[in-house]
Design a protein around this ligand. Structure first.
Ligand code: S6P
Ligand code: ZN
Length: 185
């Protein structure tokens, strides 16, 4: 059902929203096939840490609505590759806006041909045009957190990324994050 006008607060420490809709937790074991280094991923299953959490407001994913979510990616690396979200293409051609809240991150975008990288820090606005798959990466050593606002009828297509990749992978380098050509695991 539609929701009334509302104020949505969020907790600086947890990234939780109030009022809140569903909260999604993704652990290492939920991320099979994400990282290039499969042996490093298998080793990380031992502690099976949380990699990222997505809190949502109660705004429903319906046409005309503008749902919001706050993603918190915990710092860490797997085989040198930074913690990241699964990444998806919107099922319908819909844009999306990200606002950096805390930590250092990046927004990796891919349209099937051209990879793009947008650095995200607190206050950064990242724009995702329709037809661009998007993945977020924590390139710092504290939690990276951002607000996302997207049309309610966007839909999330994870299969597109599984099939096409994301153009680049983001590794820790001595001079900062290093973008390397995408390889399938
Ligand atoms: C939704 C938006 C974000 C992501 C979230 C987790 O359109 O882009 O809320 O869902 O950052 O990423 P993913 O790729 O696992 O859905
Ligand atoms: Zn999205």
């Amino acid at each position: 059902p539609p929701v009334p006008p509302m104020h949505v607060g969020f907790d600086d420490r947890s990234g939780g929203m109030s009022p809140s809709g569903p909260v999604l937790v993704r652990r290492m074991s939920d991320l099979r096939g994400l990282y290039a280094d499969q042996a490093a991923w298998t080793a990380a299953l031992e502690s099976d840490d949380v990699v990222y959490e997505v809190a949502s407001s109660p705004v429903p994913e319906l046409e005309g609505e503008l749902p919001q979510s706050i993603t918190t990616i915990l710092p860490g690396r797997v085989g040198g590759e930074f913690h990241m979200t699964k990444g998806h293409m919107h099922t319908r051609p819909r844009g999306e806006i990200y606002l950096g809240l805390s930590g250092l991150g990046g927004l990796l975008l891919f349209d099937g041909e051209r990879p793009q990288w947008i650095e995200m820090r607190p206050g950064s606005i990242g724009y995702i045009p329709p037809h661009w798959a998007h993945r977020s990466v924590n390139v710092g050593d504290e939690p990276y957190r951002f607000l996302a606002v997207y049309p309610g009828d966007s839909g999330h297509d994870y299969g597109w990324v599984a099939e096409h990749g994301m153009g680049h992978r983001v590794f820790h380098g001595s001079g900062g994050p290093e973008l390397r050509p995408f390889t399938f695991p």
